[in-house]
Design a binder for this molecule. Sequence first.
Ligand SMILES: [Zn+2]
Ligand SMILES: [Zn+2]
Length: 128
Amino acid sequence: METGTYLGGCLCGHVRFRATGIPGNPHTCSCENCQRHSGAQTLCWVEFSRDAVEWTGEGGMPAVYRSSDYSSRSFCPKCGSTLGAVDDEPVIALVTGSFDVQDVEELRPLSHSFEDVHPNWWKTPAAG
Ligand SMILES: [Zn+2]
Ligand SMILES: [Zn+2]
């Protein structure tokens, strides 16, 4: 796999993506939208420009749910997997748990959003 190419997808494989370039803003988030959307207390995120993400699975683009006045959450319509968010800005955010290869330095979270909602008993490496 060439550097700067990231493959991933949902649990059932209906929605697949290929993202290219440098992942932006690697961070974790514990906001209520992330928690309710995924069922997880914390999500790990990276961002790509919309042009850099190609939906390669048979399902094409993921389904979306309008979650705020500037963004929609994306998920697989078949298996329900959380895939990320599609912003009104030309940005696609992807949760790194959906990536085929996750042990790469570019995906390491560098900050934590909504840390106050993060359970005290759970500290991420980024949060210290
Ligand atoms: Zn699926
Ligand atoms: Zn969040």
